[in-house]
Design a binder for this molecule. Structure first.
Ligand SMILES: CC(C)(COP(=O)(O)OP(=O)(O)OC[C@H]1O[C@@H](n2cnc3c(N)ncnc32)[C@H](O)[C@@H]1OP(=O)(O)O)[C@@H](O)C(=O)NCCC(=O)NCCS
Length: 154
C-alpha cells in the first residue's frame, strides 16, 4: 500500500469511502501545510466508523502501524478517507485506511497517506468482546484469528 503511483490520476482508493472533509486553516501549520496529526485523527475516525459498523458495538483503537505520509495536504483540499477491513479476529479488526486529496478546483485525486489500524470491539464495561463472524469477512490468513473468544483463553 505504500506505493506512490507515477500516474496518481489512474489509481483508485482502496476500500469504501468513510469520511469526506475539507482541510481548513485551523488544521494547518505556519507554513500552510496541513498537520499530520489532523490527518491521523481523520483516519482514526474513518477506521472507527467502519469498525463499529462491523462489530455492532463501540470499538477502541489499540494500535496504528506504519503510517506513511506520501504527499502534503493544503488548506482548502477535499480529503477523502477510505477504509477497508482486511482481518477480523476474535475481538480485533485490522483496517487499512487511505487518505486522498483533491484540489478544490481540480479533479485529480492523489493518495497522501496510508496506515493500518487495529480496533478492538468492546462491551459496555470496556472489555474486549467477541465479534460475530460474517460471510463478508476477509479470508483468515492470520493464525491469531478464529481462536477462542476473549475471556475463554486459558
Ligand atoms: C483495547 C483494550 C481493552 C484491549 O485490552 P487487552 O487487555 O489488550 O485485551 P486482549 O489482550 O484480550 O486483546 C484483545 C485483542 O486486541 C488485540 N491486541 C491487543 N493489543 C494489541 C496491539 N498492540 N496490537 C494489535 N492487536 C492488539 C489482541 O491480539 C486481541 O485480538 P483478538 O481478540 O482478535 O485475538 C485495552 O488495550 C485498552 O483499553 N486500550 C486503550 C484503548 C484506547 O483508549 N484507545 C484510544 C487511544 S486515545
Amino acid at each position: 500500500m505504500n506505493d506512490v503511483s507515477p500516474n496518481p490520476e489512474l489509481s483508485r482508493p482502496r476500500g469504501e469511502p468513510a469520511i469526506r472533509t475539507i482541510a481548513m486553516p485551523a488544521d494547518a501549520n505556519p507554513a500552510g501545510d496541513i498537520f499530520g496529526g489532523w490527518l491521523m485523527a481523520q483516519m482514526d475516525l474513518a477506521a472507527g466508523n467502519v469498525a463499529a459498523r462491523r462489530a455492532r458495538s463501540r470499538c477502541a483503537t489499540v494500535s496504528v502501524d506504519r503510517i506513511t505520509f506520501l504527499r502534503p495536504v493544503f488548506i482548502g483540499d477535499e480529503v477523502s478517507l477510505h477504509a477497508e477491513i482486511v482481518r477480523v479476529g476474535r475481538s480485533s479488526m485490522t483496517i487499512e485506511v487511505e487518505a486522498w486529496r483533491r484540489s478544490r478546483d481540480g479533479e485529480e485525486q492523489v493518495k497522501v497517506t496510508d496506515a493500518s489500524f487495529v480496533f478492538v470491539a468492546l462491551d459496555q464495561g470496556g472489555r474486549p468482546r467477541l465479534i460475530s463472524p460474517a460471510a463478508s469477512d476477509p479470508a483468515a490468513s492470520d493464525p491469531a484469528a478464529g481462536g477462542p473468544a476473549p475471556g475463554e483463553r486459558g
